[in-house]
Design a protein around this ligand. Structure first.
Ligand code: SIN
Length: 567
């Protein structure tokens, strides 16, 4: 195992201009996906003032891109116990069972509440929510909307609910607001969180960097997919909330567990950034993977074949690609028929057609790409992080429900269930006097220091992405991990004058900080588990590695890694 992370040191804050404005609320919710919107809407009924901030516009995060659906035991013959079992199997021994129990038992009522709020799921002939199947599920339990536009419909319904209350003085929404760092009561790492510094591209009072204070901050900032060269995540997924929490001293857990989606449209060698997803639901409806000679890839590899858990399918594709020295395989959906495909998967068909081929006639070229961060800001069952006053939900959090690998369509559900739990916890704590009101200090101070040179210029983003893909991607080894660690450490020690403070350099620096930590944890885990393969340790090693790894930044800015053995 690599030695202690002696080369990894992180600043406590990003270099940024001093806050030029201040504001305050009872609770600040950062992010406007399913988790952030659910939390803000529920909180506004119970606390006096909620401030909802989002990096660009309300519907631009990962939620709106979710195709497949939301998993919940909604069918009378299904049960939370069966959903629990499938989730635990996908998580390969590292799920927190209690968190999964909360997810699967509270999931169905939360989905019904979403329907009551206005979300329109696809219905069957009897008017019941139509359910499909995805990898790792032994039952049809994926509710979907608009065929393959589930996230967009959920996002639409939640934003419509927000617009119905937008004039309410109890809720304020600020778009184009990038969280730079967390505000803490004092400079010590791990001290209580009292707000955030934000960079707002606005007009009038809220413009430029400012400080927003609150009794509690809820991070719902989504994933970090832009850390890799290719991802299904939108451009906003640069891990800003996770990185800010990390720098402030919050415990970050399971960060090495990145999920690579098996079927992402292959756009040709060298394509970078967000790539079009071909939902697992296409395989759920009967499509299958083949190599260039038309041989079925999943046959004989797993009892569920093309609907095996995502890591199994991604691994089989990677193996095939290596054996056949190619950079993609194919999804065959032709037998499903043009009419069915156009009705069931309108967005996917449109996206394929825009690129010049038709899934009803042509094979779809696919390859695995980054899709989801299973780890993040560690929380308990109430959504509380290790820092007083800081909560997290959705992809930026690590509730423990995903373990080493998230089960398909559990992410929207996790956002919904745990955001609701946070919206129950905060008001109860306010009533109990546990989250005192935070006054606006006469001169706002930020946590930690802002040592010059802490920023990485945007021009280095591709260097970070390439290094991460090489050594902390789907196939890892001691050698490639060491090369990645060195490349990232070199970037971290570039001379100070290279980057000006601003959204692009803050985002790029957030990717670097998370990349350093992710790579450290990936190098330590000398086994193959969850979403990645360690080519030098091809097997799963339960004797040594039935552990979850967490990282915190110590007061001297070094990383402390702790391990927890699973029961
Ligand atoms: C998909 O539609 O394949 C993605 C669903 C998910 O990530 O859970």
């Amino acid at each position: 195992m690599p030695s202690a992370p002696d080369r990894v040191h992180l600043p406590r804050a990003l270099s940024a201009p001093a806050p030029g404005w201040t504001t305050s609320a009872d609770v600040i919710v950062v992010g406007s996906g399913i988790a952030g919107l659910t939390c803000a809407l529920r909180l506004r009924e119970q606390v006096d003032r909620v401030l909802l901030v989002t990096k660009t516009v309300l519907d631009e995060g990962s939620t709106a891109w979710a195709q497949g659906g939301i998993a919940a035991a909604l069918h009378p013959e299904d049960s939370p116990a069966e959903h629990l079992e499938d989730t635990l199997v996908a998580g390969v021994g590292l799920c927190d069972r209690e968190a999964v129990e909360a997810l699967v038992t509270e999931g169905p009522p939360r989905v019904h509440e979403l329907v009551a709020l206005g979300a329109e799921f696809d219905l069957d002939a009897e008017g019941e929510i139509k359910l499909t199947r995805e990898g790792g599920h032994h039952r049809d339990r994926i509710a979907h909307a608009g065929g393959d536009a589930t996230g967009r419909e959920i996002s639409r319904a939640l934003i419509a609910a927000l617009h119905r209350v937008i004039d309410d003085p109890g809720i304020e929404v600020v778009e184009h607001a990038l969280v730079v760092d967390l505000l803490q009561n004092d400079a010590a790492a791990g001290s209580p969180v009292s707000g955030v510094t934000l960079h707002v591209i606005g007009e009038g009072q809220l413009d430029g960097v400012g400080a927003a204070y609150a009794r509690a901050v809820v991070l719902a900032t989504g994933g970090l997919g832009q850390i890799y060269t290719s991802t299904t995540n939108p451009p906003v997924a640069t891990g800003d909330g996770m990185a800010a929490a990390l720098r402030a001293g919050a415990r970050i857990t399971d960060l090495e567990f990145i999920q690579f989606h098996p079927t992402v449209l292959f756009l040709g060698e060298g394509s970078t950034g967000q790539q079009p997803l071909i939902s697992e639901a296409v395989r759920g409806e009967g499509a299958f993977l083949v190599d260039a000679d038309g041989r079925r890839i999943m046959e004989g590899r797993h009892p569920l074949e093309d609907l095996a858990p995502r890591d199994v399918v991604a691994r089989a594709i990677l193996e095939t690609m290596r054996e056949q020295a190619t950079d993609h395989v194919f999804l065959d959906a032709r037998h499903l028929g043009g009419d069915f495909l156009a009705t069931r998967f309108p967005s996917i068909v449109a996206s394929c057609r825009s690129l010049g081929f038709d899934p009803a006639r042509d094979l779809i070229p696919v390859a695995p790409a980054q899709h989801y961060a299973s780890g993040g800001v560690e929380t308990d069952l109430r959504g509380r992080s290790s820092l007083p006053g800081l909560y997290a939900c959705g992809e930026c959090s690590c509730t423990g429900v995903h373990g080493a690998n998230r089960l398909a369509s559990n992410s929207l559900l996790e956002g919904l269930v745990f955001a609701s739990r946070i919206a129950a916890d905060i008001p109860a704590r306010i009533a109990a006097g546990e989250l005192p009101e935070v006054g606006i200090p006469s001169s706002p101070t930020r946590a930690g220091d802002t040592s010059p040179g802490a920023l990485l210029d945007h021009s280095q983003r591709l260097t970070v992405q390439r290094a991460m893909t090489l050594g902390s991607g789907p196939v890892r080894s001691a050698t490639s991990g060491a090369a990645t660690a060195t490349a990232l450490a070199d970037l971290a020690s570039l001379p100070p004058s290279t980057a000006e403070p601003g959204p692009k350099s803050w985002e790029t620096t957030n990717l670097l900080h998370l990349g350093l930590v992710l790579t450290e944890l990936a190098r330590r885990r000398e086994e193959t588990r969850g979403g990645h393969v360690r080519s030098d340790f091809p097997d799963r090693d339960d004797a040594r590695w039935l552990v979850r790894q967490s990282v915190t930044v110590a007061p001297d800015r070094s990383l402390t890694v702790t391990e927890r053995t699973m029961p």
